[in-house]
Design a protein around this ligand. Sequence first.
Ligand SMILES: Cc1ncc(C[n+]2csc(CCOP(=O)(O)OP(=O)(O)O)c2C)c(N)n1
Ligand SMILES: [Mg+2]
Length: 660
Amino acid sequence: MAVPTRTLANAIRALAMDAVEAANSGHPGMPMGMADAATILWTEYLRHDPADPKWPDRDRFVLSAGHGSMLIYALLHLSGYERPTIRDIKGFRKLGSPCAGHPENFLLDGVEATTGPLGQGLAMAVGMAIAERHLNAQYGDALVDHRTWVVAGDGCLMEGINHEAAGLAGHLALSRLIVFWDDNRITIDGATELSTSEDIEARYAAYGWYHVRCDGLDADSVRAAIDEALADPRPSLIACRTIIGYGAPNKQGTAATHGAALGADEIAAARKALGWASPPFEIPTEIAEAWRAAGARGQGDHQVWRARLDASPDRDEFMRRMEGRLPEGSSRDEYLDWLAANPQNVATRKSSEMALEWINAFLPETIGGSADLTGSNNTKTKAQKPLTKDDYSGRYIYYGIREFGMGAAMNGMALHGGVIPYGGTFLIFSDYARPAIRLSALQQARVIYVMTHDSIGLGEDGPTHQPVEQLAGLRAIPNLAVFRPCDAVETAECWSLALRRTQGPSLLALTRQNLPQLRLERSAELMSARGAYRLRAAAAPRKVVLVATGSEVQVAVAVAEALEEQGIGADIVSMPCWSLFDEQDAVWRADILPDGPLLVSIEAGATLGWERYTGRSGLNIGLDRFGASAPAGDLFERFGFTAEAIVPRILESLQNNRSG
Ligand SMILES: Cc1ncc(C[n+]2csc(CCOP(=O)(O)OP(=O)(O)O)c2C)c(N)n1
Ligand SMILES: [Mg+2]
């Protein structure tokens, strides 16, 4: 006899209670409330193959309510994934177990995205659904034809990001996106009525979504809702009325079950109420087998898909893209040859566009976009058509004024695979996208942020638009490569490096104002790959090393010339990327930033952090205050980014260091 859904679901409830109890930490309420709905999804609808968790045409499942991580750990384990094992689950939230407090995409296959910062899972799922439709438009139903499923909580639907994400999904009519809302009317502080009274379904209807309500604890009601959602040509929100901590007789329905162990007495009472007699971490054979049989449902589909792939003329190219491998060769070197012969004195946002022309022609997997600043970010190349609900094959996304939504969607696209997303806004608004940038880095996602108007050099828009502390803040994010190229050659090199960074995001900080091309000779090596390199060596005996980035490298050139006139030798070091420099061997680092000479950093932004390169007796020229509204030239003068202002400071430092 078939095992009833409720019994299958109780296996999730038991594992969630027991794992949280063993860790004495975690969130049992959400998995217990959503256990039935999740069981129906995973055993009857989700198309996956636990034996091959990376099967490209699998459905994607995102647990946006990441605090309920035991839900996905239980689902993966019960469905027959190799990991997590029961031992892994016993180690929930402990060192060495892949069952981290919140699900981490790099710890377990089947965890498609790292979630926990509420709302971002849903927003990443939008990106996955975009990638799916885009690849479907390119490769057809035979190779790409899957869905994206999300479990979101009240918190996900309160966070502002859900508005950006759902608005974009509705606009693009992403019908293959289905979101379950765990409508349990409880958050940490208590009842949702403490803090919210909006009509979420009406809001989603206004975004252009289909919505349907069900009793999340009634199997047939859940099935009917899913069937309706599948039939509708819009993205769908399934509001599942549930009871948080369902099954724990004295605590269910209260915030007490949200984020704390239930305690031995309550767990014993729950076992009784649920009719679950097995000891902790033991699943009765019949139930375990029923789960694994359900998990194996997708194997047939998977094999049929493999046969279609093998028969497809697109096979190799499709797999190259899904595996994130760049094609052989490149037109980059021709472009660098051309730049050497035809120096370009243009803004780096413009040189980025020029680089993108050859990149987008060479790489079919790039998908560009901008948060409503296309003409300012120079992110759209000539041949790019927009990706729209009527034509998903387009390779340019008009994200609208949704910086955070754009970042999260790009994360989803990169995690889905098959595409390399890049998107633009002003560097100042990296602040609006920062939580997504952080998750790109944590998730090791190849996302490229094109951030223009990178300093007071943007001029008249004034201090609200002039980044000051942004570079320092972004450089503090682990595994984010922050590039600030100084000219057209470095911009092309940095683009190349960003594309080759398969295990993490990159951010290009680019100017609005024109810059001279400083690299006039063709170098065999991509010098930017070193993070920092000597652009020009001192002519006179070296007393000073000037280290600058982006638009301030030309200032360093002027400073060096003035010093050399006085017989003071000065190296000019261009440092487009701190983190790549930090990865160089000690010999390189000591050669570029030697002991002895006065080390001077020049960057039109916060000086914070530059001391690590210039030392305690070095000099840091920067901007530790907000800018002002005026033409760029006037601002560089006013804030001292000129040879006239910098040379005397250097002379003074040389004097002090000598006497000190
Ligand atoms: C951006 C963000 N803010 C705050 C938190 C902390 N937090 C985790 S769960 C939660 C409450 C979420 O409520 P709900 O989604 O209804 O989950 P439930 O209590 O129903 O499990 C909060 C505030 C978080 N994880 N992410
Ligand atoms: Mg809730």
